[in-house]
Ligand binder design. Structure first.
Ligand SMILES: [Zn+2]
Length: 373
């Protein structure tokens, strides 16, 4: 199928619009939509702005002044229009009310409730449907959504900032700042886009992080802290600042209590803490990580950005619980200190971790590695 430069330009615009929903639409996908008249003029556009609100196609239709312009119009949408009755009426049905010429989509919706049915409905109404324009970009934009649908659990991103020689902190434990201002801004952007940020007990205790979005404008994330033995001091930022209700504490302290009594346990929670506590089993003196991620997913959290030290980072990698690595390498050396990773349980070259789709980009003075496990 041949797409024109004009098609590409409009789909690029639709994808750009879709990205504006980052941080606000999960667990829904980000979707953008551009509508062009028969003459090729943009007559409407929109995107899915917030979870529970209008889908992109509806916002684009609503932005059109004169709906008679929709005769022989072309609709560009970054994801297949939905066909199921969710929180809003199905977009494929809404679009099919008009005598459109073409609907161009970047990718089909992997949600089994849609999965081609939206396109079929459009075709059945005499509208030409073309798919696959800028599909790779569309899949990358919605990698979290696609992963959630496929695996039914949160997508886990591990962020590391290290020196050229592989250290994340000096011998005295100080890690501020290894990466550049630009890199730190990027991390704050991620915090505003992913659902939650996770740290382990040591990081919470030694760095007393806020894990909030401050260097850029954006939505504040949920904050998750692994507090296995429940002994973290209550005056940490995570437990006492104005975003305290966004903090989720994971502990195994009461693991002996039977399943199904968590509501009761939450009521027993000390009154100093207005966040949420979830209970997992203990595994070798630590929280059972796989269970923790599963339970975090049950809270409706679809993506977790891990900003952990080397203990937790290594454990997550060893247990195969990380999906994407974002590793900054700063043009600095320490010659000693805390290594970014401890043992990963690898002894032979045949067990080496080789990343999928590896990519290196420059961010300020740092290099950023992106790869998938
Ligand atoms: Zn829809």
């Amino acid at each position: 199928m041949g797409f024109s430069d004009e098609d590409r330009k409009q789909m690029k615009r639709a994808l750009k619009l879709a990205g504006r929903g980052a941080g606000y639409v999960a667990p829904n996908p980000m979707v953008g939509c551009v509508i062009c008249s028969r003459e090729g003029d943009v007559i409407g556009e929109g995107y899915h702005e917030r979870y529970g609100q209008n889908h992109a196609e509806i916002n684009a239709l609503n932005s059109i002044k004169d709906r008679s312009d929709l005769v022989d119009a072309t609709v560009y949408v970054s994801l297949e229009p939905c066909s199921h009755h969710g929180k809003t009426p199905p977009c494929a049905h809404e679009l099919a009310k008009y005598p459109l010429k073409r609907v161009v989509v970047a990718m089909t919706d992997p949600n089994p409730e849609v999965d081609g049915k939206g396109l079929m409905h459009l075709k059945a109404n005499g509208i030409t449907v073309e798919t696959g324009l800028l599909e790779e970009e569309a899949r990358k934009l919605n990698e979290v959504f696609i992963y959630n649908i496929r695996f039914g659990k949160p997508f886990v991103i591990l962020k590391v900032a290290q020196t050229l020689d592989g250290f994340i902190a000096a011998a005295d434990g100080d890690s501020r700042w290894i990466s550049s201002q630009k890199a730190r801004e990027m991390v704050h952007r991620w915090r505003s886009e992913y659902d939650a940020v996770l740290v382990g007990r040591n990081t919470a205790l030694l760095d007393n992080p806020k894990l909030t979005v401050r260097l850029v404008n954006g939505r504040q994330p949920r904050r998750i802290v692994l507090d296995g033995s429940g002994a973290l001091p209550t005056d940490l930022h995570l437990f006492s600042d104005i975003h305290e209700d966004k903090t989720i504490r994971v502990t195994y302290r009461k693991e002996q209590v039977a399943e199904g009594t968590e509501a009761a346990l939450n009521m027993l929670q000390p009154d100093y803490f207005r966040g949420k506590t979830i209970y997992v089993s203990e595994l070798n003196g630590h929280c059972n990580l796989e269970q923790a991620i599963h339970k975090i997913g049950e809270l409706g959290i679809s993506s977790i950005l891990v900003e952990a030290g080397n203990n937790l980072a290594s454990a997550l990698v060893r247990e195969n619980l990380v999906d994407k690595l974002q590793l900054f390498v700063a043009p600095k050396m320490l010659g000693g200190g805390t290594r970014s990773f401890l043992g990963l349980g690898i002894e032979r070259m045949s067990e080496i971790i080789e990343f999928k789709s590896p990519r290196w980009t420059q961010t300020g003075e740092d290099m950023l590695f992106t790869g998938y496990f």
